[in-house]
Design a protein around this ligand. Structure first.
Ligand code: GTP
Length: 607
């Protein structure tokens, strides 16, 4: 199929608006999937199925006959991930497209991600087609949601396609609209080979599989390619199309979406958005502009929950890191938690998915420490460093930093009008700055707000609070939005006079004593009383800002406990007690002779 009859498009939508169901239906309609294929074929990972969300983008080509000119067209569907954390992956897959289908649930109407993904597609200069999904549902508000989409995108309501992934309604209309409205990919078949790498996957059988959108020229199987990020040359051992499995061909050409298998093992030497040339082509060709490797925005320590699981974690991490180049990891040894890793993720969900994969795919239960964001520090000597762990923050007697900057996000929040002031209150509490409030529909029943918020405030319990105050009727999405100055201090926690770096955390200077007090009170409840006095202090810049004490167990209480355990006749109760004691052994860590439960390290998350 020549370039003029290729169409590269994505489907973008809010979580749960039916994207995966529609993709499956498109594949079935085009005969790529048998009619009885398992649900959500494109959602491959176990975690994705369990959570019903798409984490890693997958791609597939569909052969469709045009009803207008009777010709065959190759529609390349690039499946983008569907969650706030993965907006970077969404924007990078969009670079390989000329069009996007903005899908919106006909019952729920526009949600925050509908808005933010539309802006991404708009900024990428894509032709945006609007569609409403789940039109088979009884409560579908077709006309109302069409109006909302029209206001958001400027597309006429008559042009909004009605689809149902469940029944197949409208699927042909959508395919035809894509053929008619999405322009063919740009490029030239006579220029030397140049392609955009928009995804990469490690396959234990084949090696690295690179997903590319070919702009110019053609690539033959067995030739060599040059990758602009690593500046390395590789042999293309196999090439072909995604149908949706990898099907080999002899060449891939200008305008096509395909794959290239190379012998390399390290996914980290390939980055989405980089340019792939034919060997030597880099000398004369220009790489695609605007490339930047994904930046982690949320950091956390990952440690084995069971003390003896260090090796298991090591193996699991090595394998899992091969599947996800956007996770940064370096080894870390904590005096308390043992050998583990300090990791950077794109967002909180990314961290959560990673942790869950360690458990579900590799059977290692892990402990993730309180998440933090990357702060930019200008040191007293003028040097600039990025610090994401409070333990690394310079504190007296060293010189404090001259300036600290924190990452910001622009947040989109969609909610019922009557909740506006509650949401505003929450955002103000979280140091937000309001950018806009607009009605979403004619009736003004729902509003769309944009706020600038510090990321550090978003990664704590912001989303939980928003859900609670809106009873689940608010939706939320965010994009990175630069940095701003912040008055930050490191709070050091002292247990019986010993500094415990693993428990130290960042706080705003003017909130440090309040936050410290709350944290120490939590520790006071979490740390079991022991045979001696435990003093816990929070220290900022050498000064104690909060302190608590855990009184020792009285000797008679200890004796009574032993006595009552000994006399307990009920065998099931005894078994439970033994179980709990075993559990206790597994989970408690000793710091400065004090038994500290692992919860102490994650206690900050929900504060
Ligand atoms: P992410 O992968 O998280 O982005 O979700 P998604 O947008 O892919 O949504 P998904 O296809 O998983 O659908 C979400 C829910 O809506 C599922 O329970 C589907 O069964 C249901 N659903 C999807 N499409 C339709 C439809 O056309 N009609 C009806 N009645 N239900 C649908």
């Amino acid at each position: 199929i020549p370039r003029e009859r290729n169409r590269n498009f994505s489907i973008i939508a809010h979580v749960d608006h039916g994207k995966s169901t529609l993709c499956d239906r498109l594949l079935q309609t085009c005969g790529v999937l048998p009619p009885n294929a398992p649900d959500q074929f494109l959602d491959g990972l176990e975690v994705e199925r369990a959570r019903g969300i798409t984490v890693k983008a997958q791609t597939c080509s569909l052969l469709v006959t045009s009803e207008t000119d009777g010709q065959n067209y190759l529609l390349n569907l690039i499946d983008t991930p569907g969650h706030v954390d993965f907006s970077y992956e969404v924007s990078r897959s969009l670079q390989a497209c000329q069009g996007a289908v903005l899908l919106c649930d006909a019952v729920q109407g526009i949600q925050a991600q509908t808005v933010s993904t539309f802006h991404q597609a708009f900024e990428a200069d894509l032709e945006v087609l609007c569609a409403i999904s789940k039109v088979d549902l009884e409560h579908a508000q077709k006309e109302e949601v069409k109006r909302q989409l029209s206001v958001l995108t400027g597309v006429a309501t008559e042009q909004v396609v009605e689809v149902s992934g469940k029944t197949g309604t409208g699927v042909q209309d959508l395919l035809q609209a894509i053929i008619q409205r999405v322009p063919p990919p740009p490029g030239s078949s006579t220029l030397p080979f140049k392609a955009l790498l928009f995804d990469a996957k490690y396959d234990s059988r084949r090696g690295m599989v690179l997903y590319v959108a070919v702009q110019d020229g053609e690539l033959k199987k067995g030739s060599k390619i040059f990758c602009s990020y690593s500046r390395r040359t590789h042999l293309a051992t196999d090439i072909g199309f995604l149908y949706p499995d990898l099907s080999s061909t002899e060449t891939i050409q200008s305008g096509q979406i395909g794959f290239v298998v190379v012998g390399a093992k390290d996914i980290r030497s390939f980055r989405v958005g980089e340019t792939v040339f034919a060997e030597g082509g880099e000398k004369t060709g220009e790489p695609f502009p605007g490339f930047r490797p994904a930046q982690p925005m949320v950091y956390a320590g990952i440690f084995p929950e069971a003390v003896g699981d260090g090796e298991k974690l090591e193996t699991a991490m090595q394998r899992l890191l091969l599947t996800d180049a956007s996770v940064e990891a370096k080894r870390d040894i904590s005096p308390v938690l043992g050998a583990g890793f300090r990791c950077g993720f794109l967002g909180l969900l990314h961290l959560d998915v990673f942790r869950q994969r360690l458990t579900s795919e590799y059977g290692v239960d892990v402990l993730a420490t309180n998440p933090t964001v990357p702060y930019r520090l200008t040191l007293a000597n003028g040097k600039e460093v990025v610090v994401e762990h409070a333990g690394d923050f310079p504190s007296p007697p060293q010189m404090p930093p001259k300036e600290v900057q924190e990452p910001l996000v622009t947040a989109t929040i969609v909610c019922p009008r009557e909740l506006t002031s509650n949401v505003q209150q929450l955002c103000v509490e979280r140091r937000g700055e309001e950018l806009s409030v607009e009605p979403l529909d004619n009736s003004g029943e729902r509003v769309m707000m944009t706020w600038r918020l510090p990321l550090a405030e978003v990664i704590t319990d912001f989303f939980d609070r928003l859900q609670a105050l809106s009873h689940g009727f608010a939706s939320f999405d965010y994009q990175p939005a630069g940095y701003q100055k912040v008055d930050l201090v490191k709070v050091l926690v002292r247990l019986n006079g010993d500094d415990v770096d693993a428990l130290s955390f960042f706080a705003l200077r003017d909130r440090a004593s309040e936050v410290s007090r709350r944290y120490l009170e939590r520790l006071q409840n979490l740390i079991p009383a022991q045979l001696f006095d435990i003093a816990i202090q929070a220290v900022v810049g050498g000064k104690v800002v909060a302190k608590v004490r855990i009184k020792p167990l009285r000797r008679d209480v200890v004796a009574q406990k032993i006595l009552s355990h000994g006399h307990s006749g009920d065998p099931s109760r005894k078994a439970k007690l033994l179980e709990r004691q075993k559990e206790g052994k597994r989970r408690l860590r000793e710091i400065s002779k004090v038994q500290v439960p692992p919860e102490a390290f994650v206690a900050m998350v929900k504060m």
